[in-house]
Design a binder for this molecule. Structure first.
Ligand code: ADP
Ligand code: ZN
Length: 788
């Protein structure tokens, strides 16, 4: 959508400037308004290119605002000539070079259309804030010789002046990069600024201000991992041959590398990237945030010298430095998390998306894009290849492989060097304690305890997974059934024990010990009352959390070194903490790592021979049509952590629902059987991957206003569907699963369409309508991952 910014500026200073030769540009702002505006660029600021940021007067108050130039309208029609006198005038061009090149601009437009998000907001996400702010850029003084030819001998009146001039002579400080930084110069000449000032006065030297970007290196120095040359096995060779053909074709294509954990996928990525680089093109590797450990980065760094990284652990200056390095074409390979899909590489040849099924690739704020799908689109725009890797591909990706011509699925069915798959054991928790005389709910079944004991005896390591943070996931009164709810959100609070208060107390005491109840959505904290507010009886807690697991471990295995890893224990100011724990674990300073699903991903620890899933049911019970898929993925993935070496691993899965297909087939390592059980449900209910889904979420502090707006939205949707004859399904408005967060009431309307084309046409029509007033917050989530 484009509207014209036609407020006349006659009478202002700009009104007197001769603009007859000016050019018209279109600008997108990060204001949330789904509109682009036309401005005029005076000749003195020309040329301007799409992708540069411009400063312009905006809105009624003409507040100076920065926006991206998204198009140059070079069409000197008479109509425009008359129009140009009504347009506002660009004040300043901020960037010397476009921050976004044509291909990225095309990608941003696609995202804006597909994900129903204003272009200005997409561009805001494409270029990192650290780059826009110029993080780490400092002005620095550089000293040069004014007359490099002269030796100025008779003018140098002191020893220190002479020392300074000598240093500059030796450095050949004439111009450009040859200058010597002032601080360094004074340091080497061992003098104060006074002699330098005298030299300046005598015009023997001159000083220039330069902008320097200072940042600590973001990539650990390339410690070459001594590794015997790996010979690919026959499956790997076949996979690589296919990808090499694709790369040689210089055409867009997608390969799904479907290989169990440890089947050598990463090795294939590395070789495919090497081919890409040999062909003079660049590669981007996307990894789930959590997999971006020093371990992984090292593995790539040891193979590729010109490597840049982009992930959330970087400081602003580091991120800016990495980005500038990529932009200056000094990196062949970029490795990073979701947003690295926007890395400003040129001549892109390959994008790798590892663990492509990971929900973390979907951004949950605007623009709500899916990193994998954007990667595929970017590859298409660049005529590059996209390589998706997973042990448990998303059903959407498998469906694409089955139905789309440019998709190929390549399988790596075996672990490298014929490592055996880990032995999988199921524990039915409803039977586990029969006859043991143990009472109450325990997190560790006798079978798991037995294996843990053996692992500790053999000096091996274990990972235990529990998908809940905190100590319990309910705080409630057993006599009147009152539960502690969040004041702001429609969820129960989770009990977190105060750190340090522990030991001695019962593992699952009937009474609360001191601690806080925390809302995992708005993070509000309440001190837990000892007694129920309604009936005065003592409160208790139900459910299990990772905090309680570590306590039970401490009681059972007092000598074991146990560490908890979840977003609570890892919160705090030091972003390196998580990575340090992993290093401690890798180097054998921890015996048992216990935590949430953060642990399930992409880590490689050869000494881990036992993995325990404390409750496989947690993810099954989510009100989400992907609950089965997630559970299958989780168990398979966590199983991949066990026995990554000659030692055979064991995986113990505890569940109350042993007959659930997702759990059963994950235990049998049988993905195909799981698909056969899952896909028919999806097809019958018109769910992805067969149909497309979108959610229109609306929220407001006032419930009445929200329901009125939701009704208006539904009416509008029905009008469009009636008018255009769209064959789509519309459900709602209905309260969201969590019907209140942060005091905002939440409602949603679910749209299901049989094809992506139809979904896009529907949203194009909806987008063309005026906003719904009074202002209720509306967000469209296309291909939603989070249904809560
Ligand atoms: P994945 O990414 O599928 O989990 P990796 O590529 O990380 O698998 O391979 C697992 C381990 O096996 C790595 O240490 C890797 O160096 C090694 N490896 C990969 N391919 C082979 C091979 N053909 N022969 C021997 N070792 C291999
Ligand atoms: Zn809350």
């Amino acid at each position: 959508m484009t509207s014209y910014n036609t407020k006349s500026l006659f009478g202002s200073a700009e009104g007197t400037e001769d603009l007859s030769g000016g050019h018209i540009v279109r600008i997108a702002f990060d204001t949330g308004a789904d509109t682009e505006f036309d401005y005029i660029v005076p000749d003195r600021l020309w040329p301007v290119q799409a992708g540069q940021r411009l400063e312009v007067p905006f809105g009624r108050s003409n507040k100076l605002t920065t926006g991206f130039c998204v198009a140059v309208i070079d069409d000197p029609l008479e109509e425009q000539k008359s129009r140009r006198f009504k347009l506002k005038v660009v004040k300043k061009v901020i960037d010397n070079e476009p921050l976004v090149d044509c291909q990225l601009m095309d990608l941003a437009r696609w995202i804006s259309t597909y994900y129903v998000c204003p272009l200005g907001q997409v561009l805001a996400a494409v270029v990192p804030a650290a780059v826009k702010k110029g993080a780490g850029v400092r002005k620095q003084s550089y000293v040069y010789l004014s007359r490099p030819g002269d030796d100025n001998a008779d003018l140098l009146t002191s020893r220190k002046q002479k020392a300074i001039v000598d240093i500059l002579h030796r450095a050949g400080a004439v111009d450009g990069d040859s200058g010597v930084a002032k601080a360094e110069l004074l340091e080497s000449a061992q003098c104060t600024a006074a002699p330098l000032k005298q030299l300046l006065r005598k015009e023997i030297v001159r000083i220039e201000q330069k902008e320097i970007l200072r940042a600590l290196p973001a990539v650990p120095a390339g410690r070459s991992l001594k590794q015997a040359a790996i010979e690919l096995n026959s499956d790997q060779r076949k996979a690589l041959a296919h990808i090499a053909d694709q790369l040689a074709s210089n055409r867009f294509g997608v390969t799904l590398l479907h290989g169990v954990t440890d089947s050598g996928k990463t090795e294939i990525y590395i070789r495919a990237i090497a081919r890409t680089v040999e062909r003079g093109r660049t590669a981007i590797v996307l990894l789930p945030e959590i997999a971006l450990t020093a371990q992984t980065v090292q593995r790539f760094k040891s193979r590729f010298g010109r490597l840049a990284v982009l992930h959330s652990q970087l400081t602003g200056p580091q991120r800016n430095a990495q980005w500038q390095q990529i932009k200056a074409q000094k990196a062949d390979v970029v490795i990073g998390a979701r947003s690295a899909v926007f890395a400003p590489v040129s001549n892109l040849g390959l994008i790798v998306v590892d663990e492509e099924h990971e929900p973390g690739y979907k951004q949950d704020t605007t623009p709500r894009y899916h990193g994998r799908d954007v990667a595929i689109k970017r590859a298409q725009i660049a005529a590059a290849h996209c390589l998706l890797g997973s042990a448990t591909p998303a059903l959407e990706t498998l469906h694409n492989c089955a139905t789309k011509e440019h998709y190929t699925r390549v399988r790596l069915p075996r672990r490298v060097m014929d490592l055996p798959m880990p032995e999988m054991k199921l524990v039915d928790m409803s039977l586990a304690f029969a006859g043991t005389g143990e009472k109450g709910v325990h997190l560790l079944s006798p079978m798991l305890k037995k294996h843990l004991t053996e692992v500790l005896e053999r000096k091996e390591q274990a990972i235990l997974l529990l998908n809940r943070r905190g100590y319990s996931n309910f705080v409630f009164c057993p006599s009147c059934r009152h539960t502690l709810h969040c004041r702001n959100c429609d969820v129960t609070l989770t009990f977190h024990r105060k750190s340090g208060v522990r030991k001695k107390e019962t593992i699952l005491g009937p009474h609360m010990t001191s601690g806080f109840a925390i809302c995992h959505y708005c993070l509000s904290k309440t001190l837990v009352p000892q007694k129920c507010a309604l009936c005065g009886k003592p409160m208790t807690m139900i459910g299990v959390g990772s905090q309680r697991l570590t306590e039970e471990l401490a009681a059972e295995f007092p000598a074991a070194r146990v560490r908890r890893v979840d977003s609570d224990s890892m919160e705090g100011t030091d972003p390196q903490r998580y990575y340090r724990v992993l290093t401690d674990f890798a180097e054998g300073r921890i015996d048992i790592l216990a935590g949430t699903q953060m642990l399930a991903k992409g880590l490689h620890f050869p000494n881990v021979t036992l993995v325990g899933v404390i409750s496989a049911d947690t993810s099954l019970s989510l009100p989400d049509f992907r609950a089965n898929e997630r559970t299958f993925q989780l168990i398979s993935q966590v199983a991949g952590r066990a026995g990554r070496s000659e030692k055979r691993g064991t995986v113990i899965v505890q569940t109350l629902l042993p007959n659930q297909p997702a759990i059963r087939f994950a235990l049998e390592h049988d993905f195909e059987k799981f698909l056969r059980s899952e896909l028919p449900h999806r097809e019958k209910c018109n769910l992805p991957p067969y149909w497309r889904m979108a959610i229109i979420r609306m929220r407001d502090l006032k419930f009445d206003r929200l329901t009125a707006a939701c009704q208006a939205m539904r009416q509008r949707i029905d009008d469009i569907v009636g008018r255009e004859g769209f064959e789509i399904t519309v459900r709602g408005p209905m309260p969201a699963t969590i019907s209140r967060i942060h005091s905002f009431h939440r409602m949603q309307i679910i749209i299901q369409a049989p094809s992506v084309g139809l979904m896009s046409r529907f949203f194009a029509c909806l987008r063309a309508c005026a906003p719904i007033r009074p202002a209720v917050h509306v967000a469209c989530d296309i291909d939603p991952i989070n249904l809560l």
